[in-house]
Design a protein. Structure first.
Length: 369
């Protein structure tokens, strides 16, 4: 049998990548039960599963259980996007995940340098990265996805000749300074993707550590080219030679306005998601489960630099110069029908907090469906 979790499985509006994100322990159990994995395919027109005879008999109960789990995940465990980046001209792009339940497509919003808000691209996933140098301009993401090489990446060109946005569902990723794309394969490993479609693992021994820490929740590139990964209560630094360093674990906050997903253990506070790293190697991360943004110095010192009032929680971070941009959602760890409305705030070097935009329900309904 051959496992393949790279193809997106859409059941009751939930991607397989989202299921990986929200139920990492289930994925781990399923992998142990069946050896290496499940080869599953779904078609938008037929919703068929292609299984050979022997495999079908053995896996049918398991697939039925996973299908039911995916349905329940749509109600309880799905989550809004964490994607936010700042373009080379200072424009801010952020993901609005949308709501398939009411046929409301997602959107990549743009806040231009004058502060004007527009729906830049009428589809929004979960994660967003900037391909500033056009390294993946010729990448055939659709082909690689169909061949089960990569997740479902999509490239969205910007106004200049070479740079673009790249988005995907479920798996955190980043375009590194070396021109490779790095993504959290199964939320347990870091895969390195070349512009011509070759995939290798960055740190083959990372999987066991990641599983114990609760899965990779976010990825960012640092000033020296190293990668930084968030976990529910940890941040790791991974050099491009595969060397792994724990920057901090666990993260203990004295004042936490707790907002954890259902059934999440207390040990996973503050439930980190997106992050960004400045030119000094300082990490800024969204502590979604405590409704705040943390600053973590290169020597592992932690400080809360921004808090959000209920029902808001930060999910994504971007850094541009000395400014920190924070994507926040209402009820970020709640069910989709509880709101999931985004806003963006900017924290300046002087500590001044500026509200850049808040997306209302009415504004959402006016955008393309």
């Amino acid at each position: 049998m051959k496992f393949n979790f790279m193809k997106r499985m859409v059941i009751a509006s939930v991607s397989w990548a989202e299921l990986q994100m929200r139920v990492p322990r289930l994925i781990s159990v399923c992998r142990r039960m069946t050896g290496r994995g499940i080869a599953m395919e779904t078609s938008n027109s037929t919703a068929s599963r292609k299984l050979n005879g022997a495999t079908k008999t053995f896996l049918l109960p398991l697939i039925t259980a996973i299908t039911l789990c995916a349905f329940l995940t749509n109600i309880i465990w799905t989550h809004p996007g964490s994607g936010i980046v700042v373009g080379q001209k200072g424009q801010v792009f952020f993901i609005d995940t949308g709501n398939p339940d009411v046929r409301l497509s997602g959107c990549i919003w743009e806040i231009d340098v004058q502060g004007k808000l527009t729906c830049f691209y009428p589809t929004g996933a979960h994660w967003l990265a900037l391909d500033a140098n056009g390294d993946f301009a010729r990448a055939d993401f659709k082909k690689w996805f169909d061949q089960r090489i990569t997740p479902n990446f999509e490239r969205v060109p910007l106004s200049d000749p070479k740079s673009a946005l790249i988005q995907t569902d479920g798996v955190p990723f980043v375009v590194g300074q070396d021109g490779y794309l790095y993504y959290a394969n199964g939320h347990l490993e870091i895969a390195r993707l070349s512009p011509d479609g070759r995939m290798t693992l960055l740190a083959p021994n990372l999987k066991e550590m990641t599983n114990k820490l609760g899965g990779i929740m976010g990825l960012a590139s640092g000033p020296d080219g190293s990668l930084y990964a968030t976990y529910p209560s940890a941040v790791l630094k991974i050099k491009l030679d595969g060397t792994v360093k724990t920057l901090i674990h666990p993260i203990v906050l004295k004042d936490c306005d707790k907002d954890l997903p259902p059934e999440t253990p207390e040990s996973q506070k503050p439930y980190l998601r997106g992050l960004a790293v400045d030119r000094r190697g300082t990490v800024y991360t969204a502590a979604t489960g405590c409704r705040c943004v943390l600053k973590i110095t290169p020597d592992g010192q932690v400080k809360t630099i921004l808090t959000a009032e209920r029902p808001w929680s930060p999910t994504g971070i971007a850094v541009f110069g000395d400014d920190v941009y924070v994507l926040e959602y209402t009820n970020a760890n709640g069910a989709r029908n509880e709101g999931w409305l985004p806003r963006v705030r900017k924290l300046g070097r002087d500590g001044k907090v500026t509200m850049l935009v808040t997306i209302s329900k009415e504004e959402r309904e006016r955008r393309p469906r």
